[in-house]
Design a protein around this ligand. Structure first.
Ligand SMILES: [Zn+2]
Length: 246
């Protein structure tokens, strides 16, 4: 399933057998409340692509998971420890380099799977696949099409390290969630999308003094499993549609 775990001979044989799609998980190093790890977005993207590989196989599409891109543009979390932000142009150039190199290796299609939902980061990822047509796609819930398939909290915009992301990490990496802390965090209803639209530039400006919004205390592993299925479906459909277009 994982590209980095294959030998060159195993990969060459795989590519000889037929078209192979590669899924490239993208995340960030960013504060996610007092209860989730800095690498939350990368963990979510990795969990999603692993499930998507199985769903794609059911549709007769062979796919591999590439090593993740774990850094992103994380300007909103400035002021909290661990907001390791890179410039958008650097991210675009790096992701574009990885995508074109993978295509050069003979993969049929590259799908970049992003779960760090900062608009400038999303734009930088999309710019990285511009001009590549059906050979590359982006799967990210930051669109109306996919956002509407997710939970109520997600749709409300109060979804940074809240019930949505905490549930996802409880499903993918439960050992990395500090549940005693999560259970004590009061629900916040600050919508990030509304804050961003009205020109606020940081979580601190939005009054999010613990780098979260939403309701971490309401998270559950079951909800996380359900959300992973939905996000894996997003990847499966994006890849299937792109391949049908080639
Ligand atoms: Zn996140």
């Amino acid at each position: 399933m994982r590209l980095a775990e294959l030998t060159y001979e195993a990969l060459a044989e795989r590519l000889r057998l037929g078209p192979v799609v590669v899924l490239l998980p993208v995340g960030s190093v960013e504060p996610h409340g007092p209860h989730l790890p800095l690498g939350t977005d990368t963990l979510i993207s990795e969990a999603v692509v692993l499930r998507a590989v199985t769903r794609l196989a059911e549709r007769g599409i062979d796919a591999l998971v590439a090593p993740a891109v774990p850094y992103g543009v994380t300007d909103y979390a400035q002021g909290f420890a661990g907001a390791v932000s890179i410039e958008a142009s650097v991210l675009t150039a790096f992701v574009r380099g990885v995508v074109t190199a993978l295509l050069g290796e003979g993969f049929a299609h590259v799908c970049v799977v992003n779960n760090h939902l900062e608009p400038e980061h999303d734009a930088a990822i999309r710019a990285a696949t511009e001009g590549l047509g059906a050979r590359a796609s982006v799967a990210c819930p930051l669109t109306r099409r996919w956002g509407r398939t997710l939970s109520d909290e997600y749709k409300s915009g109060a979804c940074h390290a809240g019930r949505y992301e905490t549930s996802l990490v409880l499903a993918s990496n439960p050992e990395l969630v500090c549940e005693p802390k999560a259970r004590l965090l009061p629900a916040r209803t600050t919508s990030l999308s509304r804050g961003i639209t009205s020109g606020e530039r940081t979580f601190a400006e939005m009054g999010l003094d613990q780098a979260y919004t939403g309701a971490p205390a309401e998270a559950s592993r079951e909800e996380g499993e359900d959300l992973l299925v939905r996000l894996a479906e997003m990847v499966t459909v994006e890849v299937s549609e792109a391949l049908a277009g080639t």
